[in-house]
Design a protein around this ligand. Structure first.
Ligand code: NAP
Length: 282
């Protein structure tokens, strides 16, 4: 069994981004990401801090806009309008979840597709489905990069994705399909889930329940990608997969932490750069 090392591969991606950033800087462009954080959710604060640090490591400029939990939807929209109009900002993201009062869809739709660093705008989701997107959703695209960089062949493989959310499950299935895999999407209404997942050469779990993927659900020699970010009974970060039991049965497996998480952030850096390059028609 080999660990799919998201930390190592994300550092490689970040290095490549930094090299391309230099090319833009020589042309007078300094690619920049704006991150909007509404409220004081501690997990979101950590995610935003990590994104800002990753920008620094990749040579990207970043800007944080922190709004109070009492902010209105119009106030958030006004911030987005302002960032959308600025020439010196190339990517915008609004950290989710938003306070319940604010309509998430309205906020995501307000970020112009050409500055949509997360690839959540419907136009970009459509382009992704057509295979013509400039940027791809960070978590699934980061997983594809990790698999490719680690030499995992995807074409022709049976893949199962557990989860069908708009940000992970559905786009993950779409990107695997574009890599010529045969893909099954599983969800809470799937009948006999273990029977389905046991057919998978590549199993991606994006459920959000600790200890959800047990050893009986995994095919011998499978590649297992654990997207889950959960807390165990001791409050420690863990994935969906019972790692110690499942790992010996796999050919490759992502750890949590150190697997999908760093790849998600590295892809955000790639996306910001790609949006800046697109503006210059590079
Ligand atoms: P989500 O929107 O809650 O979706 C969870 C999915 O799991 C749903 O499609 C749900 O099915 C399915 N599910 C729930 N119970 C199930 C069951 N018993 N059997 C089969 N399927 C079941 O979550 P998400 O936003 O996709 O995120 C999933 C996990 O990934 C979370 O832990 C999240 O924190 C993590 N995450 C990690 C990263 C990263 O960078 N590492 C990025 C994003 C998310 P239904 O649709 O039928 O309800």
């Amino acid at each position: 069994m080999t660990i799919l090392d998201g930390k190592k591969v994300s550092a490689l991606v970040s290095k490549r981004v930094a090299q391309r950033v230099k090319v833009l800087q020589e042309r007078g462009i300094s690619p920049a990401l704006a991150v909007i954080l509404v409220g004081d959710d501690s997990a979101s604060q950590v995610y935003v801090r990590n994104k800002i640090l990753a920008c620094k490591a990749a040579g990207l400029r970043s800007e944080q806009v922190i709004l109070s939990a009492n902010s209105t939807q119009d106030e958030v929209l006004a911030v987005i309008d302002n960032l959308a109009a600025r020439q010196d900002i190339h990517g915008i993201l609004c950290q989710l979840p938003l306070p319940r009062r604010i309509n998430e869809e309205a906020i995501l739709n307000a970020i112009p597709p050409e500055k949509d660093a997360d690839c959540f705008h419907p136009v970009n989701v459509g382009r992704m489905s057509l295979g013509t997107a400039r940027v791809l959703p960070c978590t699934p695209a980061g997983i594809i990069t990790l698999l490719k960089e680690e030499g995992v062949e995807i074409a022709g493989k049976n893949c199962a994705v557990i989860g069908r959310s708009n940000i992970v499950g559905k786009p993950m299935a779409m990107l695997l399909l574009q890599e010529n895999a045969t893909v099954t999407i599983c969800h809470s209404r799937t009948r006999d889930l273990p029977a389905v997942t046991r057919q998978a050469d590549i199993l991606v779990s994006a459920v959000g329940i600790a200890k959800f993927v047990t050893v009986d659900m995994v095919k011998d020699g499978a590649v297992v990608v654990d997207v889950g970010m959960n807390r165990d009974e001791n409050g420690k970060l863990c994935g969906d997969v019972v790692f110690n039991a499942v790992a010996p049965k796999c050919s490759r497996i992502t750890p949590v932490p150190g697997g999908v998480g760093p790849m998600t952030i590295a892809t955000l850096m790639e996306n910001t750069l790609a949006l800046a390059e697109k503006r210059l028609n590079i």
